[in-house]
Design a protein around this ligand. Structure first.
Ligand SMILES: C[S@@+](CC[C@H](N)C(=O)[O-])C[C@H]1O[C@@H](n2cnc3c(N)ncnc32)[C@H](O)[C@@H]1O
Length: 280
């Protein structure tokens, strides 16, 4: 398995906590875990089977377990480093390894009523999306749904929330991060609905919300994103990557960026929820 996600992103305790918080903040802004047109179908099934790919800390399934206590819930990831301890999982949740870029094992074919994915963009090159969708469709039962959330990180304005907000350190660090990952960030959110349609999924939809739809989440989502950006910048610095900043400089910028956020600086970007149904 080629794990290009780890070229830019960490898997450690700070990242585990950040991902859990990010999951909750994005869900509050999206307004649902599962799109209403899919829940309509799931509610007619006594014990639905649901898979979450790139599951990370398993947040999606752990929250879904409360809504669907009789469901079979399976999480898959290319790495188990972010998984919670197996003994902490509800009895209907299991986690295992799977690479979204490889055809899934035949025992998983036609098994799931819903396959869900959130935020794989840092793992994906532009040509990876279509084969990944084809792989995931194999997991679905006829009539099953694919729901995939990705954010448009190509446009991440750090806005002034107040007349006297400072923004320069937050904007500077965001630009560094976005420029480094721009090729990965440019697709997915913009291509998934078209890919789903061209492969033959039905009732394809592209729901869009802003990451700051719920105003009370602005500060937390901006702080959370900044933690990801500094984890990346420090990883690059440690590896001596070309153009990376020295740790001393990053530590100063981190203090300034936190001050920017406290002064009312906040980010907003589009969150896309692409979905479609496998023909019966
Ligand atoms: C940004 S995290 C998102 C985790 C979770 N979906 C969430 O929203 O909190 C991306 C996850 O995708 C996983 N991942 C990266 N490359 C993958 C691949 N090729 N196949 C499956 N999972 C992958 C990473 O290990 C990581 O857990």
């Amino acid at each position: 398995m080629s794990d290009i996600y780890s070229d830019n992103m960490s898997r450690n305790a700070t990242e585990t906590q950040r991902l859990d918080e990010q999951f909750d903040l994005l869900t509050r802004n999206i307004g649902y875990l599962v799109h209403p047109s899919i829940t309509d179908k799931l509610s007619a099934i006594d014990s639905p089977a649901i898979a979450d790919i790139g599951t990370g800390t398993g947040s999606f399934l752990l929250q879904l377990a409360r809504v669907y206590p009789k469901a079979t819930l399976r999480g898959f990831d290319i790495s188990q480093d972010l998984f919670p301890a197996p003994e902490s999982l509800p009895s209907n949740v299991e986690l295992g390894l799977m690479d979204v870029k490889q055809p899934p094992p035949s025992k998983e074919h036609n098994r799931y009523d819903l396959v869900h994915v959130r935020l794989l963009t840092a793992a994906m090159n532009p040509t990876d999306w279509e084969p990944a969708v084809r792989n995931l469709i194999q997991l679905l039962k006829p009539g099953g749904a694919l729901q995939w959330e990705e954010c448009d990180f190509t446009q991440c304005p750090y806005r002034r929330g107040r007349l006297d907000s400072s923004v320069s350190a937050a904007r500077f660090m965001s630009t560094q991060f976005r420029m480094a990952l721009m090729e990965k960030f440019s697709s997915g959110w913009s291509t998934l609905p078209q890919i789903m349609g061209s492969i033959g999924l039905l009732h394809v939809d592209d729901d869009i919300v802003s990451s700051d739809r719920v105003v009370e989440t602005r500060e937390a989502i901006t702080t959370n994103g900044m933690v990801a950006i500094f984890l990346w910048a420090k990883l690059m610095s440690k590896r001596g990557a070309p153009g990376s900043l020295q740790i001393d400089e990053l530590n100063k910028l981190e203090v300034q960026a936190a001050r920017d956020i406290k002064s009312g600086c906040y980010v907003s970007y589009d969150v896309h929820i692409a979905l479609g149904f496998k023909p019966e």
